[in-house]
Design a protein around this ligand. Structure first.
Ligand code: ADP
Ligand code: MG
Length: 585
């Protein structure tokens, strides 16, 4: 078997392991999740724990848990863990070792070689420290590459025309912006700027301060000096913050915060975004600086790529669009893209030539509609909820307000398409929410869209003040299938066509019986292949009852993936494989 060279994104907050297998980039689940918190700790028995388990004990055992060690890489310093001290390299090596062991377990083969990414602004010492951490963990570190370069590689930049792009990476601890130029297949960072102390952590701190002030105003108790309370709040508010990217309001409740009173508050996305805006302004200053360093102006940019968990904040997108006037891109999951790029680099070093990335996006925007003005006329306009190119699965909501006093019902529509006028887009479905409270106009109703891997859209509308809700599952595939080819072209144009040989073998494999104990990873690939074949088939107008059966099996497989029910996935793969074999003649 050919030796694999993996890619590792050793992040401040989260780390990711990816690998290229037969030309396809796969992110390896660590402890069941694609990203592993870069957190190291000792449990109550003094045993080393890494990842989510370590993060879980952050509140209970702050002295036995280490977070954000990356900020100290390259410094001549030690951190305390239990009764011992460790260098940043050593702590990082625990993270890298965990990735190695979990990766080997998942792939069922030894892993030795790795490409590890570092921020473009890392200096030589910091790079060297990263290399050492890798070696300590038992890796042969074949290359250290820049995170923005890796991101550019993952976007397939090395196989398209020459391009100038901006990589905007806003993670947990740091902000990094790089101007990347791709010329004749060579990806080069031209200028890089950033702020080593600007990221999601700072936003969490603002929310903590906000909560402490609200608690003081309500209960007269000042918890500002209590570090334990602060950690507790940071954990809940970070979670709430992430939800704010998809929902306009998030309720936060933390019981007995001071031992007597509960913290109960609601976060509002607009207010939150106003709070962090000064930080985002700083990132814009960095962009201008980086452009100036590269002797470019915004007009010279072909694209902006978003990297890092904090770029999910809607305001980031909006500010870049308004102020730099380049639409930022989202095609690849911003949490995983750096590791995927590192895996591509690894594959190139290992001598592989073909790569394709399994990316599922929605090629068209999903919107709801609302009365508004279009060219001075009052019309039903589209209000995008899930914009095109959003990676799947996606879940988003927006708030709407009733127009008249005592309005008892609202109609909720879901459409697919890019037209600002709702009627010009494809209507997927509509329903009424009845029995709203008798209140003046402006009664908020939250509309929530949930789009799964199969393109099934679940729409829920909830009257905010009463919780009155109605939820409908809509089958978007009729509209979706038409756009599949475009989606593929979109992906191909970014990444180059999939190697036909690889596709051939995969199909042959999935035609056969699946072993009951096959690896979930393999089953997932099979499920994906089967889905593609099934969609192509439905597009070719198979008999209606057959199409229903195919859809039903796709749905079962999606459920199985969602619930990580490998047994069920195995069964639905086999059933779908059989059915397709029979229908595909
Ligand atoms: P790093 O590169 O530092 O490891 P990541 O790219 O993993 O960081 O980003 C982690 C940060 O992204 C955290 O501060 C986290 O709270 C934030 N984050 C993750 N998901 C979201 C989201 N949906 N909305 C806003 N912030 C998010
Ligand atoms: Mg990162």
């Amino acid at each position: 078997m050919k030796e694999l060279i993996v890619g590792i994104d050793l992040g401040t907050t989260n780390s990711v392991l990816a690998v290229s297998i037969e030309g396809q980039i796969k992110v390896i689940d660590i402890h069941g999740q694609p990203t592993m918190p870069s957190c190291v700790g000792l449990d109550s028995s003094g045993k080393l724990i890494v990842g989510q388990t370590a993060k879980n004990q952050l509140i209970a055992a702050p002295d036995a848990t280490i977070l954000s060690i990356k900020r100290k890489m390259g410094e001549d310093t030690k951190v305390r863990l239990g009764d011992k001290e460790f260098s940043p390299e050593e702590i990082s090596s625990f993270i890298l070792r965990e990735l190695k062991q979990e990766g080997e377990r998942q792939l069922g083969q030894p892993l030795r070689k790795a490409v590890i990414t570092v921020p473009a602004f890392f200096n030589e010492r910091q790079r060297k420290a990263t290399q050492i951490a890798g070696e300590l963990a038992g890796w042969d570190v074949v290359r250290i590459i820049n995170e923005p370069t890796a991101a550019a590689l993952a976007y397939g930049a090395n196989r398209t025309a020459d391009e100038t792009m901006l990589v905007y990476d806003l993670g947990g601890g740091t902000f990094d912006v790089s101007v990347v130029v791709v010329e004749k297949g060579v990806v080069e960072v031209k200028a890089s700027h950033g702020d080593t102390h600007l990221g999601g952590d700072d936003f969490d701190d603002l929310l903590v301060a906000h909560a402490i002030a609200a608690f003081k105003a309500r209960h007269g108790v000042d918890l500002a000096g209590d570090s334990k309370v602060q950690r507790r709040l940071k954990v809940v508010l970070e979670r709430a913050k992430c939800r704010l990217s998809d929902e306009p309001f998030v309720a936060v409740r933390e019981e007995y915060l001071d031992g007597k009173h509960h913290l109960e508050m609601e976060l509002d996305r607009r207010a939150y975004e106003a709070l962090i805006e000064p930080f985002l302004e700083k990132t814009l200053t960095c962009i201008h600086q980086a452009l100036q360093d590269a002797k470019l102006i915004p007009k010279n940019l072909d694209k902006i790529m978003l990297v890092g968990g904090s770029t999910r904040t809607p305001l980031v997108h909006l500010l870049l669009q308004q102020r730099i006037e380049v639409e930022p891109r989202w095609e690849i999951n911003p949490d995983l893209i750096v590791a995927m790029g590192a895996a591509i680099q690894g594959a190139v070093i290992a001598g592989e030539t073909h790569h394709s990335i399994l990316v599922d996006i929605t090629p068209h925007t999903f919107s709801t509609s609302s009365i508004g003005f279009f060219e001075d006329d009052e019309r039903l306009i589209s209000v995008p909820i899930i914009p095109r190119n959003t990676p799947l699965p996606a879940s988003k909501s927006e708030v709407f307000f009733t127009l008249t006093d005592h309005q008892a019902e609202v109609r909720v529509e879901a459409t697919q398409g890019e037209n600002p006028l709702a009627e010009q887009n494809t209507l997927i479905g509509a329903f009424m929410v009845e029995g709203l409270s008798k209140v003046p106009s402006g009664n908020p109703v939250v509309v929530h869209f949930d789009l799964d891997l199969n393109g099934m859209l679940k729409v829920t509308a909830t009257e905010k003040n009463t919780g009155l809700a109605k939820s409908v599952i809509m089958d978007t595939r009729g509209a979706h299938v038409l756009n599949l080819d475009q989606a593929r072209r979109n992906i191909d144009s970014l990444l180059g066509p999939i190697d036909s040989e690889t596709v051939g073998t995969k199909q042959a494999e999935s035609d056969g019986e699946l072993e009951a104990d096959a690896e979930p990873e393999e089953m997932l690939i099979t499920a994906k292949d089967l889905r593609k074949r099934a969609e192509t088939l439905i597009q070719k107008n198979v008999d209606l009852s057959d199409a229903d059966e195919v859809r039903d099996l796709i749905h079962r497989s999606a459920e199985a993936i969602k619930n990580r029910d490998w047994n069920l996935l195995n069964k639905s793969n086999a059933a779908l494989g059989d059915l397709l074999f029979y229908l595909e003649d």
